[in-house]
Design a binder for this molecule. Structure first.
Ligand SMILES: [Zn+2]
Ligand SMILES: [Zn+2]
Length: 292
């Protein structure tokens, strides 16, 4: 009998994944989950601000990863066994870990699969962000900031410069009229005459961030479409790397990646893969002995 050539359906085909979000993130997340897994994404809209806000009125107490996991568990706690699959994302912004002054968007996408019994998260560091903040005192500086922050496609947040007072605060500002109003109102209430202005990093106000979340969703969906060669559970992929690629000059181990280890979300099966950089050996320039 001829083997049918149809692509096997994904483990999530026809299922519904609950996404905890306050900021319409299914815009970015749903398309790859539908395209690669035939799974629908349904938003569970809750006030995630209680775990922390970017604009600082509520400080995030836990790590970004812990926050993502907590958000993911909400619908599971709330709806019990009716929910098999849940997902949530969490972003952090700041300087690049290795390149000072380069702003970065670090996104985590957390997924819980109750049916197959595993948790899986992926993270992504992207320089594609307009993240910035400044104290300003003139309309010239306001215009300059707005231009650099890709306003008005990307919204802004304004308030009096004092970081102690949170009111008045203008969020999601995305028109010239609202921007100038927010500027003058904030200036009026500012003790030092300065206005604090920052980029609004909430996903639906920040297309750059939405796009980064989309890239990460693409990776997670791809990962969930890949099954363990041993037990066939979804989520197979890179779990860690091993450094120590040998130097072509002296043969000692360098800090470059030697192997990628791929593993299962459920069983202990692992495989050693060639690293994605494709190098057989490291250049002596990367060696601590040849190039100390
Ligand atoms: Zn397995
Ligand atoms: Zn060497």
């Amino acid at each position: 009998m001829a083997k049918h050539s149809l692509k096997p359906r994904s483990a999530y085909a026809g299922s519904c994944i609950i996404l905890t979000t306050k900021h319409a993130k299914s815009i970015a997340i749903a398309p790859p989950f539908w395209g690669k897994l035939e799974a629908s994404v349904l938003e569970y809209v809750v006030d995630t601000d209680q775990l922390g806000t970017f604009s600082g009125e509520i400080k995030r107490k836990e790590s970004a990863l812990e926050c993502a996991r907590r958000k993911c568990e909400w619908p599971l706690d709330c709806f019990g066994d009716k929910v098999e699959f849940a997902m949530a994302s969490e972003g952090s912004f700041g300087p690049h870990p290795f390149i000072p002054f380069l702003p970065c968007d670090h996104e985590i996408l957390y997924f819980i699969d109750r049916k197959h019994g595993f948790h899986l998260y992926l993270s992504h560091l992207s320089e594609k962000t307009n993240y910035r903040m400044e104290a300003i005192d003139s309309l010239e500086l306001l215009d300059k900031f707005a231009k650099n922050a890709q306003f008005p496609s990307h919204a802004l947040i304004l308030r009096p410069n004092s970081r102690e007072t949170t009111a008045p605060i203008f969020k999601g500002v995305n028109s010239q009229l609202a921007l100038e109003e927010a500027f003058f109102e904030s200036k009026k209430s500012a003790l030092d005459g300065n206005v604090w202005i920052e980029t609004d990093m909430r996903a639906q106000f920040n297309p750059s961030r939405m796009a980064v979340i989309g890239e990460l969703a693409e990776k997670l969906a791809e990962r969930l479409a890949t099954h363990c060669p041993q037990c066939n559970i979804p989520g197979w992929g890179k779990v860690r790397v091993e450094t120590g690629l040998t130097c072509s000059g002296c043969g000692s181990g360098t800090k470059l990646i030697k192997h990628e280890i791929h593993g299962c979300t459920k069983c202990s099966y692992e495989e050693v893969h060639q690293p994605s950089h494709g190098l057989e050996q490291a250049e002596p320039g990367n060696c601590q002995y040849c190039n100390p």
